[in-house]
Ligand binder design. Structure first.
Ligand code: NAP
Length: 524
């Protein structure tokens, strides 16, 4: 195992300070070593200053250079997969197999962004040639493309210690765009963060990139995280976590003298609508699939199906009985950290204690600490519509079945929903044809609408949208998964009447990079 320093990474230097942040093995309560020192304000300033100094040259690096850098990071992370597979399960309670899979996904994600940076067409180059003879006024030569915003702050997610943390989706997107990144580590997997941080900084050095291209800071969100978002040289931030934390940071980002884009992924209950014919024909298979999805990763996926909506007809009871049997037989499992475990227990108690909600089944209790019991709750559409607390995210392995008495009530339920990352519909061809309006409503509520699938398991690809209206995210126009995330960290710049030699290569007349461009309205 690579040696862990217990310190922040400030460019090519190590931070100082005394250990105050310790990983905790959630299953045993054991305090893990080494402890981590919180970055001081001066260290945070140094990291941001270095990032600001490196922004111009890193922003002007070629797509090929950034592709080589992203691939080097992926290679370096792959080289420490055994270390990650040994340490991350201790810090997070996640099984080794999941950590290996997540590491593979992270490297695949970095390499996918490398292909995008290298190919180059993502910059959306547009060229309008001059027309000096146009009357009444001549038309100037104008050319535009996406350019990097500058230093980006990335908050690690607790529930994806690799794929959404130090070298995760936001970091890959920002680096691919040409933005230096400063990561704020999550307190619940500090050692995993350092291992990946070392892999990234080694890649910065190997690729001869400027010192400020990457830093990793430890420290409390309320201090170091807030100061980072408020630092004048930070130009955008990405976050995955709680609604309260996300909203606090969103407000700070918007209230700055120079407001910045703040991309928070926060809260989603991912409704699953089961239409009548599908329930009648394949209720048992649906119960099995839903159970697999809601217990996957101990329910700690942002796409966990926390809400299941079905008509209260003859097919309902066999479906609910099967789901209850499966939930009741689910073994207890370790959650990520004591905070998340406590939040699940108290949320489940509050939901189960609501006098309109029945606790249909509870899973087994596990051995050790931070154990989650899977849970199946049930209520009616009228109760759900009357009490907005029933629509709050319960982060863990549970779902609330809401029963209704027909299409109008089902549509009222759909319309009542807050913004979601995903919405799912199960139906036969006839069901779907008869319920087009439901699909139309769900499209207005979610970033991704699925038919006859389950929402957990997000494909990393070019067309993925892992976003959605508030409170799923702070900005439903964006995605945190997939290559479109690169546009989080760029803005279009128009170059008017520039001599060819002063233009970026992407916009030069001869198209030396051979990228796809729109020239006088025609894309080729
Ligand atoms: P969190 O408490 O929001 O923490 C995420 C990050 O934000 C951490 O680095 C944290 O710093 C920082 N932070 C939190 N509140 C802040 C504030 N007011 N100002 C500045 N920084 C702040 O999220 P979590 O620890 O991952 O999980 C807590 C809950 O979030 C879960 O129980 C679940 O409900 C929800 N969650 C949702 C999703 C999703 O995708 N929907 C994913 C994960 C978690 P520290 O390191 O100091 O804590």
């Amino acid at each position: 195992m690579a040696e862990l320093s217990g310190k922040s990474i400030i460019g090519f230097q190590q931070g100082g300070g005394e250990a105050s942040i310790f990983g905790i093995n959630p299953a045993t309560g054991e305090k893990l070593q080494p402890g981590y020192a919180a970055a001081s304000g001066a260290e945070m300033d140094r990291a941001v200053d270095l990032a600001a100094e490196s922004a111009a040259s890193f922003g002007k690096s070629t797509g090929a250079d950034r592709a080589a850098f992203l691939r080097k990071i992926a290679d370096n992370i792959e080289a420490i997969i055994d270390d990650l597979a040994a340490l991350a399960p201790q810090e997070t309670g996640l099984p080794e197999g999941r950590i290996r899979m997540e590491t593979g996904r992270t490297c695949g994600q970095l390499r996918l962004f490398a292909t995008v940076a290298e190919e180059g067409s993502w910059v959306d180059a547009r060229i309008d040639h001059a027309d000096p003879d146009r009357a009444p006024v001549p038309k100037p030569d104008t050319r535009s493309m996406e350019r990097p915003l500058g230093p980006v702050a990335v908050f690690c997610a607790s529930n994806f210690p690799i794929a959404f943390s130090v070298a995760g989706g936001d970091t890959a997107a920002a680096l691919a765009a040409g933005c230096p990144v400063i990561v704020k580590a999550h307190h619940s997997h500090p050692g995993t963060a350092e291992l990946v941080g070392q892999a990234v900084i080694a890649a910065v050095k190997d690729c001869g990139l400027p010192e400020g291209t990457f830093s990793l800071l430890y420290g409390p969100g309320r201090e170091i995280g807030q100061a980072l978002v408020q630092h004048p040289s930070i130009k955008a931030a990405g976050f995955t976590g709680s609604r309260a934390g996300g909203q606090a940071l969103m407000k700070l980002a918007a209230d700055r003298p120079e407001p910045i884009p703040f991309y928070a992924e926060m809260s989603s209950i991912n409704p699953v609508f089961i239409l009548p014919e599908a329930l009648a024909k394949r209720g048992e298979a649906l119960a099995t699939g839903l159970h697999g999805s809601l217990t996957l990763g101990v329910g700690q996926f942002c796409t966990n199906p926390g809400l299941t909506i079905a008509a209260n007809d003859a097919s309902l009871e066999p479906f609910v009985s099967k789901l209850a049997e499966l939930v009741g037989g689910s073994p207890g499992a370790t959650m990520l950290n004591p905070g998340i475990s406590d939040a699940y227990d108290s949320g489940a108690n509050t939901l189960g204690g609501n006098n309109t909600v029945d606790i249909v089944a509870q899973g087994e209790s596990g051995e050790g600490q931070c154990q989650a019991r899977a849970a199946l709750f049930r209520t009616t559409a009228d109760a759900f519509l009357a009490d907005e607390s029933l629509g709050a995210e319960l982060f863990g392995p549970s779902t609330l079945v809401v029963t209704h008495d027909g299409t109008d009530k089902m549509l009222a339920l759909a319309r009542s929903l807050e913004g979601q990352l995903t919405s799912t519909v199960h139906g036969t061809d006839a069901d779907l044809e008869a319920n087009r309006e439901l699909l139309d409503v769900l499209e207005t509520r979610a970033g991704r609408v699925l038919i006859n699938g389950f929402p957990t398991g997000v494909e990393v690809c070019h067309s993925m949208v892992h976003g959605g209206p508030f409170p799923a995210t702070s900005d439903g126009r964006s995605t945190s998964v997939g290559t479109n995330a690169i546009h989080r960290f760029t803005r279009a710049v128009c170059y008017q009447s520039f001599p060819d030699t002063l233009l970026p290569a992407e916009l030069q007349e001869a198209n030396p990079l051979g990228i796809r461009r729109m020239v006088d309205g025609v894309t080729s």
